[in-house]
Design a protein around this ligand. Structure first.
Ligand code: FAD
Length: 364
């Protein structure tokens, strides 16, 4: 019988063998999974949603893999006229945003079109078009594998920041089981992102109906190649591969004078556009980077896998891109995709050193 692989569980379709994954389809399956992990004397399983933000390793995963497949939404009106919407972890985020638009519930409309599950969304504080999970997250419930019990974490305890959370820094400790958002029955949240305002034909700060914003976000994502089309030329991808990097005020002034878009985070920190930096050093949509790995047809910041791609080759492509940007601009790019098995920071530093000094790269 052919081996099951992580490739079959991730959108990049890369990654080595795994045992039979355990699909968690009913919340009542959870205790059984906890017992199975205990019987196998493992610390925790590898928790997966739709695998849309992962570079899985060539060597695969020897332990238990839990695929979150639970679906369901419950809504409860609160005294302050908000609605507490509690969602099971395996529910597709795309379906949740469509449901919220139909219910005229505001707060997550700009997340429309982001692939993956609701349970994974707090892990990187998923966001787009000026909105992120942390804007409306009320609390979540998660299994704490350290303590061996169910915990309820208020939003503040999740330490959500730009595409970051406590869950990213403690791999394996948490499996998120439900996520509760506090939404409002009202027009959409004020539009803060200029390209979305242009798509809608409104001024920034305007508040069109939620369904109009959801439709505009989907149309804009479609045009920019930000929707996952499993049959298109960019089918094998994990979205943006780098975060927009933090820059100092001096770097921001210098690079914005050269044309680089610079955004201010909600906490006042400055971030340069990773896509612009890649194009500044010469990369273009469709360009081959390593064997089987190229920039997507419409976006330099998305890398796609093709025949001949391997996880190691994909990681080397990330390393090459970030090293070239660092050499030309002094700005270090951080990967956005998860890949706990590969020390991309180390690889990148080695390559920068190599390109500067002409020495052999570190052993990878
Ligand atoms: C075309 C495309 C566009 C994208 N656009 C965006 C975007 O605009 N904004 C954005 O933020 N992201 C974007 N992404 C990235 C991705 O969709 C999000 O990160 C999404 O939240 C990942 O969900 P998933 O279910 O696929 O997670 P997976 O890839 O399965 O997992 C991602 C990480 O979360 C962990 N995890 C998964 N589920 C759980 C759980 N229940 N409990 C604890 N840990 C868990 C995994 O172990 C892994 O570390 C895009 C990806 C693609 C392919």
């Amino acid at each position: 019988m052919p081996h099951l692989t992580l490739a079959s569980l991730t959108t990049l379709r890369l990654g080595g063998p795994v045992g039979e994954p355990l699909y968690v389809s009913d919340p009542d399956d959870w205790q059984e999974l906890v017992h199975t992990v205990g019987r196998r004397e493992e610390y925790s399983p590898l928790t997966l949603g739709h695998g849309s933000n992962i570079i899985a390793s060539d060597t695969g995963h020897t332990g238990t893999v839990a695929v979150m497949n639970t679906r369901g939404i419950t809504a409860k009106r609160q005294d302050d006229n908000t609605v507490l919407v509690t969602v099971l972890a395996g529910h597709p985020l795309i379906d949740l945003t469509a449901w919220a638009a139909a219910e005229h519930l505001s707060g997550i409309e700009c997340l429309a079109g982001i692939p993956g599950t609701v349970g994974a969304a707090p892990v990187q504080n998923a966001g787009a078009y000026g909105q992120q999970v942390g804007d409306t997250l009320d609390h979540l419930t998660a299994w704490d594998w350290d303590m061996g019990r169910l915990r309820t974490l208020p939003a503040q305890a999740c330490r959500l920041r730009h595409r970051d959370s406590r869950f990213k820094h403690d791999p394996g400790r948490w499996t998120i089981l439900t996520v509760a958002f506090r939404l409002t029955r009202s027009a959409a949240a004020p539009i803060s992102y200029q390209p979305l305002a242009e798509e809608l034909g409104v001024q920034p700060g305007a508040r069109p109906p939620v369904s109009e914003v959801t439709a505009a976000v989907l149309a804009n994502r479609h045009r920019r190649g930000l929707l996952l089309d499993p049959h298109g030329p960019d089918a094998r991808q994990a979205g943006s591969v780098f975060l927009n990097p933090l820059v100092t005020a001096t770097q921001a002034a210098r690079w914005s004078a050269a044309g680089c878009p610079v955004h201010t985070d909600s906490d006042g920190r400055l971030r340069a556009s990773a896509g612009w930096l890649l194009e500044h050093v010469g990369y273009r949509p469709g360009q081959k980077i390593t064997e089987g790995v190229r920039c997507s047809e419409r976006r330099t910041l998305t890398l796609t896998a093709h025949n001949g791609a391997t996880p190691t080759g994909f990681a080397q492509a990330l390393t090459e891109l970030s090293a070239q940007v660092e050499i030309a601009t002094g700005i270090a790019l951080q990967p956005e995709v998860s890949g706990d098995w590969l020390d991309l920071g180390l690889l990148s530093r080695c390559l920068v050193h190599h390109l500067h000094l002409g020495e052999p790269p570190c052993h990878m």
